[in-house]
Design a protein around this ligand. Structure first.
Ligand code: GLC
Length: 533
């Protein structure tokens, strides 16, 4: 059976920042619905919405107070149903963000759990007695800085939170918790959603003995506190795979639904999340392109290592940016971001695009007084202020970029009057046009979707690979031109797309310009002789 998610490009929307229709400076579901035509025309196949559920918004929706309700900021259940139906009418799939590791401290489960030691929901969260000295039970740190344990005066125990104090971790070893969460999945699957991106899934199981994490000898004081220790006991425990197998059983009762998991782990650990016989996650998110230094030899090697490490039948996937990391154009610059888009959309596997990257939105300066990210507030010197990657989508040159009618919750880029959808839609050489052309080529050539990946040695400075029988991709990851030495059949080929200009046609050069990328189609086999004669 072919699965839709092998062919589809996924587009991540941060709902607060996509389109405001209610006039409060914050995006909403009606706004997403309004822009479905744009997404269809762009050529993506699925939308993943960051959390839209009822939440006090301490971590902008990653702190959920009711898994079955839409936060009024974004709309209501009727609006959600309209969005889901319209998404399907546009031929697109809709993925929700499932946040199982923790709830909000305002979730009724936690309110009950902290009400007394003998409350039936006490064991739904992770409560622990103090260490003999009265301090926290162990040395585990919060991902946002400080101890991961908060003292509860009323009941005389600590509770564990891998993130904010307002995000207590659920106890997934408790069967009632698991059942309650599987019910949540069924609730949305029954409505017809096409799958889930699962938040911090490698965190779900913790060491039963709560042993101290070992120190990380490479840690420097200017780095986030979480890196001070190796996360040996606080995450990635074998039991997580049992949970994932159960999650998978829940979705496998429905036709062709998708589970993607957010996992920041080294490659050898990451690929275990496909599960035994691929009965784990369909797509453990592969963040290597986000994390690696942008150098030809590094990227070439990581692609090859990934291809080799994948389990038999495990489908690859690639990501360049998301709502937690610097945008790709901020990392590699505007010209190179075009090459990066060509890489993302020509590698073997499902690509995930981050909203606004198709316009080349780069870093946005967020003045001190406007910082919203709770992590940046906790660790101002060591964190990446995630607001910089979460600013409003830029639709037009109008005030506030056509995103909202009042000042949005985060600033737009300084260049939004020229960097916006309206402007780029009419320009064949724009970043937006390049994305459309790349996505259209994926539709047109099965080789780009299903063809094998095979590295080509086209010269030391060029990242080149073959996809399937007839497609080659050659990318220059630097600003210096480089010699390009392709196999014979591709030298006779035709340029399907140039990263720098978005143009096609023309012969194959013997040098590849700086920040240039080419997608090349070889003549059909047997046709070369004819071309030459
Ligand atoms: C994930 C989310 C991030 C959030 C964290 C806690 O890493 O992507 O935005 O802050 O989990 O839920």
């Amino acid at each position: 059976m072919t699965h839709w998610w092998r062919d589809a490009a996924i587009y991540q929307i941060y709902p607060r920042s996509f389109q405001d229709t209610s006039g409060d400076g914050i995006g909403d579901l009606a706004g997403v619905r309004h822009r479905l035509g744009y997404l269809r025309d762009l050529g993506v196949g699925a939308i993943w919405l960051s959390p839209i559920f009822k939440s006090p918004m301490a971590d902008f929706g990653y702190d959920i107070a009711d898994y079955r309700a839409i936060d009024p900021l974004f709309g209501d259940m009727d609006e959600f149903q309209r969005l889901l139906d319209d998404t399907h009418r546009h031929g697109l799939k809709l993925l929700l963000d499932f946040v199982p590791n923790h709830t909000s401290d305002e979730h009724p489960w936690f309110v009950e759990s902290r009400s007394s030691r003998d409350n039936p929901k006490r064991d739904w969260y992770i409560w622990h007695d103090p260490a003999p000295d009265g301090g926290p039970p162990n040395n585990w740190r919060s991902n946002f800085g400080g101890s991961a344990w908060t003292w509860d005066e009323a009941t005389g125990q600590y509770f564990y939170h891998a993130f904010l104090e307002k995000q207590p971790d659920l106890n997934w070893r408790n069967p009632q918790v698991r059942e309650a969460m599987y019910d949540v999945l069924r609730f949305w699957l029954d409505k017809g959603v096409d799958g889930f991106r699962i938040d911090v899934i490698w965190h779900l199981a913790k060491d039963t003995r709560f042993r101290d994490n070992p120190p990380n000898p490479a840690w420097e004081p200017d780095q986030p506190e979480i890196q001070r220790f190796q996360q040996r006991y606080s995450a990635d425990q074998p039991y997580v795979h049992e949970i994932i197998a159960e999650l998978r059983e829940v979705v496998d009762r429905y036709v062709d639904r998708l589970l993607i998991g957010e996992i920041y782990l080294p490659l050898d650990r990451l690929v275990t999340y496909y599960g035994e016989s691929n009965k784990g996650l369909h797509l453990p998110f592969n963040f290597q392109l986000i994390q690696a230094p942008w150098r030809t030899e590094v990227i070439r090697e990581l692609i090859e290592e990934y291809e080799t490490a994948l389990p038999e039948g495990g489908w690859p996937n690639w990501v360049l940016s998301n709502h937690d990391k610097p945008r790709i154009a901020a990392r590699v610059g505007e010209a190179q971001a075009r090459v990066a888009a060509m890489l993302l959309l020509t590698l073997r596997g499902t690509p995930t695009l981050y909203y606004g990257d198709e316009l080349g939105i780069a870093d946005v300066h967020v003045p001190h007084g406007r910082i919203k990210d709770p992590w940046a507030k906790n660790e101002p010197d060591a964190s990446f202020n995630r607001d910089r990657a979460r600013t409003p989508m830029q639709w037009s040159a109008e005030a506030f970029g056509g995103f909202s009618e009042i000042e949005p919750w985060l600033p737009l880029t300084d260049d939004y009057r020229t960097r916006n959808v309206d402007r780029q839609r009419g320009d064949d050489s724009s970043m937006l046009a390049l994305h459309r052309a790349l996505l259209a080529l994926r539709t047109r050539f099965p080789d780009l979707r299903e063809g094998n990946y095979c590295s080509i040695d086209a010269g030391p400075a060029v990242l080149a690979y073959r996809r399937g029988e007839r497609i080659a991709v050659a990318l220059n990851l630097s600003a210096e031109s480089a010699s390009l030495d392709l196999p014979h059949e591709f030298r006779q080929g035709e340029v399907l797309l140039r990263a720098s200009s978005g143009e096609s046609g023309g012969g194959i050069p013997s040098r590849l310009g700086g920040d240039e990328g080419l997608i090349i189609l070889a003549p059909p086999s047997g046709a070369e002789g004819r071309t030459r004669s």
